[in-house]
Design a protein around this ligand. Structure first.
Ligand code: AMP
Length: 354
């Protein structure tokens, strides 16, 4: 684990007037880099060859570094080059997925926005559950073994692969059959009660500088083939054997019924407060609580993403909520840059970077 003090030492050597914002070219990089530009930062995009066309087309990124594989960011030379340019790296979903939580903790010497200690809590389902329950959040029932399955459950596999490979089962027999069919035998899994309701993914931002947790926007994930299946009348689909899958393909905007907002806001605040008791500094910056609202208007949470999520890409020009908080277009990407700018001005960069 790279120690916080090591990152602080690097930060102390930075020319604070020349701080550059960099990210890996994928996921929410367009938003992050546009937001950084809007806040007056120089930007670097580190992209794979096959993705470079995107950043050329939209011309975000004052400098482009092309790599063969996302893991190349671990290369000492590339890291030194970025540190020489006073880079603050913005992590996102693809970064965590492709580089790996352990590699980030142990090998990324570049100062990163947010708190890397959260990765240990985010990447382990049991720790994540412990955190959310301690925050007073309702979660779907967890089954420790297939023998216990007594209702519709969702079987999940590690890693944020956008719901890939998840399946549903109603009992042990179906569980075993699907493990075999999906060639998952011997793999680690978690079994969760399937909660029926409306999906809601509120996007929050915790600012240690303002001591405030903001709710900037909200989305629903569009998932294949489950969202396609709902377009086929059940009378027709019942004749076919179609296994639902939950692979994220896009995001749709949503605003919550206003009377649900107290629950939504309190969840965000409680998650942050609890995080401070679990690990030093606690949660910093953007996060998303992946939830489902039942017909009794009760919000159940199945996951937390402790970083910027791709659903925020809907709101590059701001959301209905961020427009009330800020009188200018404020995306999550721009909010990150605003926090960095403000921390540099106040001499508090060490409070928001690890
Ligand atoms: P996750 O990787 O946990 O974010 O889950 C991917 C997708 O699976 C979600 O966006 C939901 O559509 C669905 N999902 C996950 N967990 C549950 C659950 N406990 N009940 C109902 N749907 C779920």
């Amino acid at each position: 684990m790279i120690q916080k003090e090591e990152i602080n030492q690097t930060l102390r050597k930075y020319d604070k007037k020349k701080v550059t914002i960099a990210t890996i070219g994928s996921h929410s990089a367009l938003q992050i880099l546009k937001g950084a530009k809007d806040e007056g930062f120089k930007t670097i995009v580190i992209s794979r060859k096959d993705q470079a066309i995107v950043y050329d087309q939209f011309n975000v990124g004052d400098e482009k570094i092309v790599i063969d594989d996302y893991k190349d960011i671990l290369d000492e030379k590339i890291q030194e080059k970025l540190i020489d340019k006073n880079v603050i790296l913005i992590p996102h979903g693809s970064f965590v997925e492709y580089v790996g939580a352990k590699n980030i903790e142990d090998k990324i010497k570049i100062p990163m926005f947010g708190n890397r200690l959260v990765l240990k809590w985010e990447s382990n389902r049991d720790k994540q559950r412990d955190w959310l329950i301690k925050a007073g959040i309702k979660m779907p029932k967890k089954f420790s073994s297939p023998e216990e399955i007594d209702r519709l459950v969702m079987v999940k596999f590690p890693g944020a692969k956008g719901g890939k490979g998840y399946f549903l089962a109603k009992n042990k027999k179906e569980f075993n059959a699907k493990m075999k069919k999906h060639e998952r035998k011997g793999e680690e899994y978690s079994i969760q009660e399937y909660v029926i309701g409306t999906l809601m993914y509120p996007h929050y931002f915790h600012s240690p500088l303002e001591s405030r947790t903001e709710m900037l926007s909200m989305d629903i994930r569009y998932e294949s083939n489950i969202d396609g299946l709902t377009r086929i009348p059940s009378a027709i689909v019942s004749g076919y054997k179609v296994d639902p899958s939950y692979v994220v393909t896009g995001n749709i905007p949503i605003v919550a019924r206003e009377s649900l907002l107290p629950q939504v806001l309190e969840m965000g605040m409680n998650v942050v407060e609890t995080s401070k008791k679990l690990f030093p500094l606690g949660l910093v910056g953007p996060f998303c609580i992946e939830s489902v609202c039942t017909k009794d208007l009760e919000i159940t949470v199945f996951e937390i993403s402790a970083r910027i999520v791709a659903g925020t890409n809907l709101y590059i020009n701001g959301s209905p909520y961020s427009q009330i908080l800020y009188k200018e277009p404020m995306s999550t990407g721009r909010r990150i840059a605003r926090e960095i700018k403000s921390a540099l001005k106040r001499g508090r960069i060490e409070d928001i970077v690890y």
